[in-house]
Design a protein around this ligand. Sequence first.
Ligand SMILES: *Cc1c(COP(=O)(O)O)cnc(C)c1O
Length: 454
Amino acid sequence: MDDRERALDTAHRCAAEFLDTLDDRPVWPRASLEEMLTAFGGPLPEAGSDPAEVVDEIARLADPGLVAIPGGRFFGFVIGGTHPAALAADWLVSAWDQNSGSSRLTPTTVAMERIAGRWMLELFCLPSSASVGFVTGGQLANFTCLAAARGAVLARVGWDLAERGLRTAPRIRVVVGADRHGSIDRAARFLGFGRAELTVVESDDQGRMRPDALQHTLDQGRGPLIVCLQAGEVHTGAFDDFAALLPIAHAHGAWVHVDGAFGLWAAASESLRPLTAGMADADSWATDAHKTLNVPYDCGMAIVRDPADSIAAFRTGGDYLIYSGLDPWDVTPELSRRARGVPAWAVMRSLGRSGIETLLDRLHANATAMARGLAAIDGVEIVNDVDYTQVMFRLRDDDATAALGQAILAEGTAAVTGAEWRGRATLRCSMSSWATTGDDVDRTIAAITRLVLT
Ligand SMILES: *Cc1c(COP(=O)(O)O)cnc(C)c1O
């Protein structure tokens, strides 16, 4: 075997060994950052090493600091696992090393992305003519969509943003919900909108924007307007009432953006689709493949109704580049880029429409079962309506809730993460992984029951 084959063989063996430990290893890392800095530290070696030995060394040193995200009992934040088809396809992406910005240079991977995008539009019940830009995640998808929005609302009042810039442009009102994801503020900041420039609209007890409050806010002003709505609030999983909100926003001439990092996928299930009613009338949508679709990190999608608006924001110059219509670099901020759409294509090809629907229904069923099991523990209260994939729970006392969160991580059966909700400490349990079984839910409930009752 040559160096390359031995290195790949070693990677294959080490990956399989790690994946085989998932069912039994403590979910939370056993080592701290400091310990991992020591493990991988020391000066840059003067002499080189054999590639296979390097891979073996990585696997050996890395293990204590790895978190069992691809397993069935990681419920922290909103983080999917990795479907086998996506994992294996992602290895091919690395082996192929295609710089997937241009369809002329890399027709295979650009075609796979374009088809993957088309399949997603079908799953989300969105217009088939929309552009789908594959970016690193929900954060960059929000940024990419809002960049298209910013240029488009200025173009409507005769301002060419690409030519004249933002500093002396007409003011844009950016309207957001009180319970928006932090990545909206961050995207706005990257785009030149400060925190004080965002107009915040009140939300209800589940974090949904209130239509009467939106109406009132929009009536206060005029001019270029962007309204950011949400499919899937990160704590409660709640969906904005698109059917009520979108007509109000559009009557005021707004560009409506939907952050649906994990919520857009509800449209792929017949039973969950009603949560998204009215959502398809928006102008842009951000979502993730590395959460609900269970591809490995990283992959998000920026979907824009009129591709001309993404092109206006992103098409690049450079006479050495080869142009051929709608290329990835026309609709994303990147130039050189990884073929992120390939693992997404692979999962959709492997599961099919019915498999994706089953995946969504199982995530929801797992959330319901988790909520039921936790609610049965004396002293545990479920905080949210479990309409989708998120379960929030707490004990009567905030300190006890925080202590329980620490105890769950230390015990190791499962991982949940904490958050403050309406001024109270809560623990969040997100069902995002294809790998979670009913047994994983039962084992988690049993572990939490023991911790609460002792
Ligand atoms: C996760 C999430 C994001 C950010 O997505 P990344 O993939 O982490 O960049 C944005 N919005 C919501 C609602 C999310 O859940």
